[in-house]
Write a protein that binds this ligand. Structure first.
Ligand code: ADP
Ligand code: MG
Length: 801
């Protein structure tokens, strides 16, 4: 449609013939008729929307022109160019407003030609218009069809819409109904809600009222309680007053009865008076009768009459006085009566009060009853308490007695234990002394338990421990090929004996290092028999630590306790390994370099003994230590260093001797005493005999080295045992190990050898060898150990390390 709009034919107005835009004036020879207003109007119309009626009108105009042109004008030059030329609005406008100009107005031929040409162009234009119209008609028809179709559709839609509308209307009606019912419901519910709100409000109000009344009531209650208290007080005071009043009342009653008695007496006297009066009146009448009779006797009786008259006067006087008295008594009585009335009113009042006080008294009585019962209970409870106190006291005294007894027993026990320990210590010391005096190299045998990895065999029958009293803990029997071999050592540790048990036995020996002895402890045995376990323990298990850490702990502890006696100790640790007759410093910080140097320079780690019997290894790392922590750190370092060697040098650890040396130098400030002790703890290389045939290269060299050093160790020991005093005859220099330990193997040191035994059946041969060697060693007497002490004044301190 948009393209249609673009191609819309220009709207041509009726005045198109008269219109003449100035631009085309030259070309067209139409009369110059200009009308700007009309042109504008036409232009406006052309701009307007397409309108079929207008288009048709425009065509009719063009047609008219065409007709005119056809009849009078020649074809224009424009027409010759193309049959279906497209016209734009401007073209058409230009065409229509074309003006013809002529030089000669009367050159009709030229004009006619021009006109022809113009007509031709107009025709072309008209033709284009007609085509366009045809198109439009077709379009119109199509649109009409479409319109009809859409109208039809529309009608259908309308029908459907109407149906839908009806449906919707129905729905709407239903909805309205439901809406109405809902509204009704809503209204009802709202009214309900309102009612509920109302009732809620009312309830709230009532609740508020209730609360208020509750508050006021509680206030009232408080007040009433206060009042009750004050009333109680008042009652008490009233009771007092009541008592007083009762007393007063009784006194009044007393007084009243007295008064009434008086009244009675007065009444009686009045009665008497009246009687007397009546008697007197009688007398008077008789006297008057007598008077008449006596008037005759008047003269005679005048005297008596006068007397009688006097008597009468006296009596009258008496009566008057009596009357006055009576009046007085009456007044008195009235007064008393009014008093009695007032008193009775008062009494009534008090009686009322008495009633209320009775109430209160009843309450008081009940409360006092309660109090009485409670106090009864209290008394009972107190009695019980007393009884229980008594029993508690009894049990306490009993308990105290028993406590005392227990304490006594405990003290006794402690004493006994102390004595026992002391006795044990003494026994050990004596034992040590005997051994020292004997000069033996002591030998302890330790059999390790069967491990899960071991080949389980009949080991129970292979190794046994005699139970006779003299051999208990000292003897060991081993079976080989049905033959029993018995050995006896200074001590035999069975497999179940702990590290602690072992250490207890050597603690004395360790102790003597602090006293200035040279101490040497070896662990001898085949690989896997428990040498390292005995010396070092199991890493990572503090309760399974071996002799080295335990010894150090003890030394540091003892050092601490000796501080109070004035002893000050300095300790130095060195650790080395002898492998293939080569010394390796296990504490060296520059391990690789030192090993290299050591390899090329045989003079490094040279062993030197000085005149004082102190050993010095050149370039060996010696570390000052003052706590167990430091030593355990150094042990870790050495173990690490060894384990590195192990991986690098093919199980070197069991093929090398490990020597731990602790040098102890002590000084007593107060006594000026000095001591020099050495503790050597040595984990020897595995003693098993390797089959010499087949061993080549490194292995052969290794084996030879071990054999050499172990055999030179036994040579030295046996040579020492022969008591040959001359050093030349003891082959210390045959191996690095013996040379290093020379001062400690000599006569003045304490030497102990552990022979470690594996319980495995396959190790019987090796075990027997070890035991035989140990037995020979045990039989050796190498001399009496000597303490190395000196006074500070003599020479300077001995050099160490
Ligand atoms: P060695 O140093 O003589 O070659 P080890 O000390 O390495 O032997 O001991 C070999 C194995 O036996 C280790 O696993 C160790 O833990 C174990 N072992 C040695 N003696 C004992 C013991 N008395 N109790 C428990 N296990 C032990
Ligand atoms: Mg070992």
């Amino acid at each position: 449609m948009a393209s249609n709009n673009q191609n819309k034919p220009p709207v041509l107005s009726n005045n198109i013939t008269k219109a003449s835009p100035s631009s085309n004036k030259k070309k067209l020879g139409v009369d110059e008729v200009t009308c700007d207003k009309e042109q504008k109007f036409g232009a406006e119309k052309m701009v307007g929307t397409a309108n079929n009626a207008r288009i048709r009108q425009a065509f009719s105009v063009v047609n008219g022109i065409q007709d005119l042109g056809l009849s009078s004008n020649p074809a224009s030059n424009a027409g010759s160019e193309c049959g279906t030329i497209e016209f734009t609005r401007e073209d058409v406008e230009a065409l229509l407003s074309e003006k013809m100009r002529y030089k000669n107005k009367f050159n009709y031929k030229e004009r006619c030609e021009n006109m022809m040409d113009y007509i031709k162009r107009l025709r072309l234009c008209i033709k284009w218009f007609q085509e366009l119209e045809g198109d439009y008609a077709f379009e119109h028809e199509r649109l009409r069809n479409a319109l009809e179709l859409s109208e039809q559709k529309c009608a259908e839609m309308e029908l459907a819409l109407r149906n839908k509308e009806e449906e919707l209307n129905l729905i709407i009606v239903e909805l309205r109904k439901s809406f109405a019912s809902l509204q009704e419901k809503l209204a009802k519910e709202e009214s309900d809600k309102l009612a509920a709100l109302d009732s809620l409000a009312r309830e709230k109000e009532t609740r508020l009222n209730m609360e208020r009344s509750h508050a006021s009531l509680s206030e009232d209650l408080g007040k009433a309680q206060e009042e009750l208290q004050s009333a109680n007080q008042r009652i008490a005071s009233i009771n007092d007053m009541y008592k007083l009043l009762q007393e007063y009342n009784s006194s009044l009653q007393h007084y009243n009865t007295k008064l009434q008695k008086d009244i009675d007496a007065a009444h009686e006297s009045i009665k008497r008076g009246e009687k007397e009066k009546s008697a007197i009146v009688e007398n008077l009448s008789t006297l008057r009768g007598q008077y008449i009779s006596l008037q005759e006797q008047l003269s005679t009786y005048k005297a008596s009459q006068d007397e009688a008259m006097r008597q009468k006067d006296a009596l009258v006087h008496e009566v008057a006085s009596m009357r006055v008295e009576l009046q007085q008594v009456r007044d008195d009585r009235d007064h008393q009566l009014s008093q009695v009335q007032a008193l009775t009113a008062e009494v009534i009042k008090y009686k009322e009060l008495a009633v209320s006080s009775e109430d209160l008294e009843a309450r008081c009585a009940s409360q006092s009853n309660q109090i009485r019962s409670l106090s009864d209970q209290l008394a009972a409870a107190e009695e019980k308490l007393e009884v229980s106190d008594l029993s508690a006291l009894e049990t306490k005294t009993e308990f105290e007695g028993q406590k005392k007894l227990i304490n006594e027993l405990r003290n006794h026990l402690e004493d006994a234990e102390y004595k026992l320990i002391e006795g044990e210590k003494l026994r050990k010391r004596l034992h040590n002394t005997i051994l020292e005096l004997k000069g033996n190299i002591r030998v302890f045998c330790r059999v390790r338990p069967l491990l899960p990895d071991d080949s389980s065999g009949s080991e129970g029958k292979l190794i046994s421990y005699p139970t006779t009293t003299e051999a208990l803990g000292r003897g060991i029997d081993i079976m080989q090929n049905g033959q029993k071999h018995s050995f006896s050592f200074d001590r035999v540790f069975m497999p179940d004996e702990s590290q602690e048990d072992v250490f207890v036995e050597i603690s004395q020996l360790v102790q003597s290092a602090l006293d200035g002895y040279k101490v040497c402890i070896f662990a001898y045995g085949q690989t896997g028999s428990g040498k390292t376990y005995t010396m070092m323990g199991k890493p990572g298990h503090p309760d399974l630590k071996g002799l080295i850490p335990r010894s150090l702990e003890q030394i540091f502890q003892t050092r601490q306790s000796l501080l109070s006696q004035g002893w000050k100790y300095e300790m130095q640790v060195s650790m080395l390994e002898i492998y293939n007759e080569t010394i390796r410093d296990l504490l060296s910080t520059n391990r690789d370099a030192s090993r290299l140097e050591n390899a090329c320079n045989g003079k490094q780690y040279a062993i030197k003994h000085d005149a004082n019997g102190n050993t010095h290894v050149t370039d060996l790392t010696v570390v000052d230590v003052c706590s167990t922590k430091e030593v355990s750190y150094l042990l870790d370092r050495a173990a690490h260093s060894r384990s590195v060697g192990k991986t690098q040098m093919n199980e070197q650890s069991s093929r090398s001797h490990f020597v731990f040396t602790l040098r102890i130098s002590g000084l007593n400030e107060s006594t000026e005493q000095q001591v020099q002790g050495i503790l050597n703890l040595i984990d020897l290389a595995g003693s098993e005999r390797l089959s010499k045939s087949g061993s080549t290269g490194d292995r052969l060299k290794e084996t030879q080295a071990i054999n050499k050093s172990l055999s030179s160790l036994s040579d030295v020991i046996f040579a020492l045992a022969k008591k040959e005093k001359k050093e030349d005859h003891v082959p210390f220099r045959n191996s690095k190990l013996t040379y290093l330990l020379q001062p400690c193997l000599g006569g003045d040191s304490k030497t102990l050898m552990f022979v470690n035994i594996s319980p495995e059946a396959s190790s019987v041969g090796e075990s027997l060898c070890s035991l035989r060697f140990a037995a020979r060693v045990n039989a050796c007497e190498i001399g009496t150990p000597r303490r190395q002490t000196s006074m500070r004044s003599s020479e300077s301190r001995l050099s160490l390390g």
